[in-house]
Design a protein around this ligand. Structure first.
Ligand SMILES: Cc1ncc(COP(=O)(O)O)c(C=O)c1O
Length: 443
């Protein structure tokens, strides 16, 4: 199935640090069962069709996956139960920025597995302060609230902002508002979908949580009009990922910073998808040299190994939380902290940000060449692009299915828009192969 012309064996000159991809995904240590057999289950190998049928019967239908059953992966490549190989151009919605099973991250996890995995925060563990120190260094902020999933980080930021508004800003009780942007995607909990503007995400899940004001994205005038004495925070994505990699005008993030500072309200940047190297900088707000009051991280912070998220913020905001007021059994566990620290070590090298910037320029140039040839428009920053395919060519889903048959995995966002977000370890040849496949399927 692997028809992308260049496999890992032809890795280009920009081979990433520490990431050596063998021609075939290497046999993980201690794993001897054939492809298709779930590790450790003892069950007989199953075909893709059998696995898909079993999922259909046994799993809630809240996803509509492409018909591929992945059983192993390494670097930018995954392999399905039938031995077909695919270039992963989705990278777990940016949770796999460092590729599948990056050796340094797997090693950090293994070493921690042999020592200590979970304490709950009823006790201290010897890894968490190191993660918080690294996150303070990364963001230029002071303190960390560790969580697990992205949605939990968003929930936590909303709680922090509300409490800060009552205790510090003097907003009357239960009147606090958070200003958000239309087209946002911040997760799936009931409060978070309450301020989604996507009816599919929101409708049928009421009663919705009050206290949110929605303004158009990339519109500073509308934002200024929505901020008042009740405002606790402005919560935005520096680039809207799920909306189709929507990049605001240059100056928007600086404008949000100026406006929130002048109004004395918090600027909370959801960098869960845009952060940690994806856009060619460590954070997407770095493109405008802006420092928010709260930075929300997730996805790649867990190195593609386990869910790790965090709210990192100003000391005076973070200190409004006192014992018992917020928490999570798994948040800040030592395994998560060890992997998070290893992720921060990779980012400290600057290698991944540099790769995203350099290969992002290649991606941008290739996409520009497709405009008018099946592509009506695109937005690209670093190794992250939203590509609007001419609806006459097919829906995003259909494009995804055609690319799947050519050995490339992508995911549609809305309508005929597909998102490209390969691991930052992808080589130029691999990227080139994926874009040639895209050019073919939309020709
Ligand atoms: C910007 C942003 N925030 C929050 C989330 C929610 O993260 P999770 O799925 O880990 O809850 C996502 C997920 O796509 C996201 O893109």
């Amino acid at each position: 199935m692997s028809t992308v012309s260049t496999g890992p064996e032809t890795a280009g000159p920009t081979e990433p640090t520490g990431q050596t991809e063998p021609a075939e995904p290497a046999e993980p240590a201690g794993r001897t069962e054939p492809a298709g057999q779930s590790a450790g289950s003892g069950a007989a190998p199953r075909s893709a069709a059998e696995v898909i049928a079993a999922e259909e019967a046994l799993l809630a239908h809240n996803y509509h996956p492409l018909p591929v059953v992945v059983s192993r992966a390494e670097g930018a490549w995954v392999e399905d139960v039938e031995g077909n190989r695919y270039l992963d151009m989705l990278a777990g919605y940016s949770a796999l920025n460092f590729g599948h099973r990056h050796p340094a991250l797997v090693d950090a996890a293994r070493r921690q597995l042999d020592r200590l995995t979970l304490t709950s925060r009823a006790f201290h563990n010897d890894r968490l302060a190191e993660l918080a120190s690294g996150l303070a260094e990364l963001t230029g902020l002071d303190m960390t609230l560790p969580m697990n999933t992205g949605a939990e980080a968003v929930e936590s930021a909303v709680k922090l902002a509300r409490k800060w508004a009552y205790e510090v800003r003097g907003v009357p009780e239960d009147r606090a508002t958070v200003v958000v942007a239309a087209g946002n995607f911040h997760g799936r909990t009931t409060t978070v979908v309450s301020f989604s503007t996507d009816p599919t995400a929101r409708d049928g899940f009421g009663p919705l949580t009050p206290g949110f004001r929605v303004v158009p994205y990339n519109d500073l005038g509308a934002l200024a009009a929505a901020v008042d004495d009740t405002t606790a925070a402005v919560l935005i994505e520096p680039i809207q990922g799920e909306a189709g990699v929507v990049i605001p005008d240059d100056g928007y993030l600086r404008g949000v910073r100026r406006l929130t500072s002048e109004a004395g309200v918090l600027f909370a940047a959801d960098e869960i998808q845009s952060g940690l190297g994806r856009t060619g900088r460590t954070l997407a707000v770095d493109h405008e040299d802006v420092r928010p009051d709260l930075v929300l991280l997730g996805k790649a912070l867990g190195g593609g190994i386990l869910p790790v998220s965090a709210v990192v913020g100003r000391r005076d905001v973070m200190e409004v939380l006192r014992p018992g007021e917020h928490g999570s059994t798994f948040g800040g566990n030592p395994l998560a902290a060890a992997v998070g620290c290893a992720v921060l070590d990779l980012l400290r090298t600057g290698e991944f940000q540099r790769r995203a910037a350099e290969l992002g320029a290649v991606l941008d140039a290739r996409l520009a060449g497709l405009v008018g040839r099946g592509v009506t428009g695109y937005r690209c920053r670093g190794l992250w692009a939203g590509v609007d395919v001419d609806p006459a060519v097919g829906t995003g889903r259909q494009i995804g299915e055609r690319l799947l048959r050519r050995g490339v995995l992508v995911k549609d966002t809305h309508g005929s828009t597909i998102r490209l977000a390969p691991p930052l370890t992808v080589t130029e040849d691999e990227l080139d192969g994926a874009l040639s496949a895209l050019a073919e399927v939309i020709a």
